[in-house]
Design a protein around this ligand. Structure first.
Ligand code: KG4
Ligand code: ZN
Length: 341
């Protein structure tokens, strides 16, 4: 099946072509530089950018896959959750393609698609459904932090999530406090590499609670108060590196400890992670160390597939269509707040 997939839920305009589990093309146009000026994603600007860029991005994805649009067998798009107008553009364009081509169309949940991105590897990238095994999946981005028990293909149960800020939001807000440009997560990661993670003892929210939930707003506030009480740190280069390393250590310890605990409790042998924060070097190395210690196989999404992309949407949609899900009718609408169950 040659499937064209579209993703526009936030600030990446992306189109991909997948065929029988292989990613033939995956074009991602990131709007990050545009939003950096405003210190965060501006929904109205995101909408206009998707409108401007989606058709060229879709054309590029088809051209890279060496296919004409009439050679496509099915179309898919992110149905939710996400920014309302941004979602509507990708969803309705994809639905219209399918309508014009008289081909099946399927809308998929953005987070469910993240669950499969760690399984897409190799050159050209291909989904490893043949080696798929039940796992605990950590989805960790600027908008979401959740732990999911993936019991089998297309079968999952959300165990917990953040009750306030997402981990990426915490990285970005702490980075902003010390004057790093948006999005601050990657910048903070770089400084943390040269700092002492034990220099300052920041809280590890919900670390010892017997649940799979997260909370990061208190950690951000405690860094803010710490800087208020130690303003000289802002002019101390090594002090700032230590602050970054200590903040990162607190976030990473909570994410890794709770992921390991869930994996042990549910008896899986595999742990996976995806979402923008999975690019964090501390998270990648600590997850690797913890999985090695506890005997879990670790599958981290490749860095290019950690952030939002249409390849993961296409891989999931193709699997779902083959498994008999859908297709969606021409009256299907976006589901802005579609929470994964
Ligand atoms: O998945 P993503 O592109 O978009 C959302 O759905 O939010 O994730 C973006 C988030 C931002 O908060 C960004 O700062 C964070 O991922 N991020 C990182 C790193 N790279 C991206 N956070 C910490 N360390 C990194 N290396
Ligand atoms: Zn995402």
């Amino acid at each position: 099946m040659r499937l064209l997939a579209i993703e526009t839920s936030c600030d990446e305009t992306s189109a991909a072509v997948v065929c029988d589990g292989a990613v033939l093309s995956n074009v991602v146009f990131s709007q990050i530089k545009l939003h950096a000026e405003y210190g965060g994603v501006v929904p109205e600007l995101a909408t206009r950018e998707h409108l401007r860029n989606l058709l060229p991005v879709a054309r590029a994805a088809l051209s890279e896959a060496d296919l004409r649009v009439d050679q496509i067998d099915a179309v898919a798009a992110t149905q939710g959750p996400g920014l309302p107008a941004a979602l509507m553009i990708g969803f309705k364009v994809a639905q219209s393609f399918a309508f014009a081509l008289r081909k099946p169309f399927l809308g998929v949940n953005h987070h469910e698609a993240h669950l499969y991105s760690p399984w897409i590897t190799g050159t050209p990238p291909r989904a490893g459904f043949a080696v798929f095994e039940p796992n605990i999946s950590l989805i960790v981005s600027g908008g979401h932090t959740m732990l999911v028990h993936v019991e089998g293909e297309l079968k999952h149960r959300v165990l917990g999530g953040t009750i306030d800020d997402a981990a990426g939001e915490c990285f970005d807000k702490v980075a902003k406090l010390i004057g790093l440009p948006y999005p601050g997560g990657p910048e903070l990661d770089k400084l943390a590499a040269q700092g002492n993670p034990r220099a300052f003892d920041f809280p590890r929210p919900l670390l010892n609670e017997a649940n799979d939930d997260f909370s990061f707003s208190g950690l951000k506030t405690s860094v803010r108060y710490f800087l208020r009480d130690h303003p000289h740190l802002l002019a101390d280069a090594q002090g700032l590196r230590d602050l970054c390393a200590s903040t990162q250590a607190a976030i990473v310890q909570v994410l890794v400890t709770k992921t390991m605990r869930a994996a042990k409790r549910l008896g899986v042998r595999c742990v996976t992670a995806s979402g923008g924060v999975t690019c964090n070097s501390g998270l990648r190395s600590e997850l690797a160390a913890a999985c090695a210690k506890h005997g879990f196989t670790l599958r981290l999404a490749e860095k290019s597939l950690c952030t939002d992309n249409a390849a993961m949407i296409g891989i999931l949609a193709e699997r779902k269509l083959l498994a008999g899900h859908g297709p969606a009718g021409s009256d299907a609408e976006v589901n802005v707040g579609w929470a994964l169950a």
